[in-house]
Design a protein around this ligand. Structure first.
Ligand code: HEM
Length: 303
């Protein structure tokens, strides 16, 4: 498939194709103005500086592109064929991605003020909510955003399931998705303990005990999560490390793999669209070269 043309504004001047005569304001058949007899008016210093400033962002992009060939990757990513019938349900994956980005961004700011200590965690959250400028907003976005992300990821999974997008050749992307779902739930679970108030304390005990009822690995998992005989300071440190370092890193890597596969394989058409029937093959004798070809249908040999 030929690659779509990049917009002229992001192609650096030396690589740009000159406009055809008659196009882009060049009169057809007319010689260009004689620069000696009628030179264009000279621009003043300020005008030239303004021109450079206007071109600067494009120049920077072109500079980076010449050294990274990133526009090729972007073209492949942005100019993709989209199946007929693509609808709003296909936006749920991107919505989940957006929710994750919001969580990551607000989380970074919360981490600047949060203290992961059994004696100071609660006070640091109160400080964020009551004294830090916009702290309550950022904390609220992170807290409610976690539920939004969990809801969106389930809706996105439902979409891919009901549209049959888990089938060949997308099984691996489904498996990556399942791991992403488990990791997202882990984020929501470990984040819940961090304020270290009564509600988060007792809810985490319930959650850890539920994990302990799982077959074979259950008891080991709950011991690992509790990080000691009772829920306490070591549990908080462990949950904080899982919430801040371990799981976000894994989620970022897996989202990268998930997106790579979406790019490589494209998205599935909705199941209610019938697959197009393949066109019947044209007999070789009716093809251009075939008319003059030999009886074996080898058009080139007869030409
Ligand atoms: C952090 C979580 C996730 C993010 C950010 C994410 C993002 C995306 C995006 C942007 C797409 C392409 C557009 C679309 O179809 O919506 C996609 C496709 C897909 N996702 Fe996810 N996803 C996540 C979790 C999951 C989960 C939990 C599953 C299933 C268990 C899953 C399975 C799939 C599959 C099979 C496709 C291909 C869809 C198709 O070919 O039509 N994803 N994902």
């Amino acid at each position: 498939m030929p690659k779509p043309k990049l917009p002229d504004s992001i192609v650096p001047a030396p690589l740009r194709k000159p406009a055809k005569p008659g196009a882009a304001g060049t009169a057809k058949g007319k010689a260009p103005a004689d620069l000696k007899t009628s030179p264009p008016p000279r621009k003043g210093d300020v005008e030239r500086l303004t021109d450079r400033a206007v071109e600067a962002p494009v120049d920077v992009l072109a500079w980076v592109d010449q050294r990274t060939a990133a526009s090729g990757i972007l073209t492949g990513m942005l100019f993709r064929k989209v199946p007929k019938g693509t609808n709003w349900f296909y936006t749920l994956g991107s919505a989940t991605l957006f929710a994750f980005i919001v969580q990551a961004t607000t989380g970074v700011f919360l981490a600047m003020f949060y203290t992961p200590s059994a004696t100071q965690a609660y006070a640091s959250i109160s400080h964020i909510n009551n004294e830090v400028p916009l702290g309550a907003l950022v904390h609220g976005m992170h807290k409610w955003g976690s539920s939004v992300m969990v809801i969106l990821i389930f809706l996105h999974m439902g979409r891919t399931f009901f549209f049959g997008a888990y089938k060949y050749p997308r099984e691996l992307n489904w498996v990556i998705g399942v791991v992403l779902l488990i990791l997202t739930m882990t984020m929501a679970f470990t984040g819940y303990l961090l304020p270290f108030d009564q509600r988060s304390f007792w809810a985490s005990i319930v959650g850890i005990n539920i994990n302990g009822t799982g077959p074979i690995v259950g008891p080991y998992l709950s011991d690992f999560l509790r990080a000691g005989p009772e829920l306490g300071a070591t549990t908080l440190s462990r949950f904080y490390a899982i919430h801040m370092l371990l799981v976000p890193g894994a989620i970022i890597a897996l989202i990268g793999a998930h997106m790579y596969l979406v790019m490589k394989l494209g998205t599935t058409a909705p199941p209610w669209l019938k697959a197009e029937r393949p066109k019947p093959a044209t007999p070789v004798s009716q093809l251009d070269g075939g008319a003059e070809g030999d009886a074996g249908g080898n058009g080139a040999a007869g030409a």
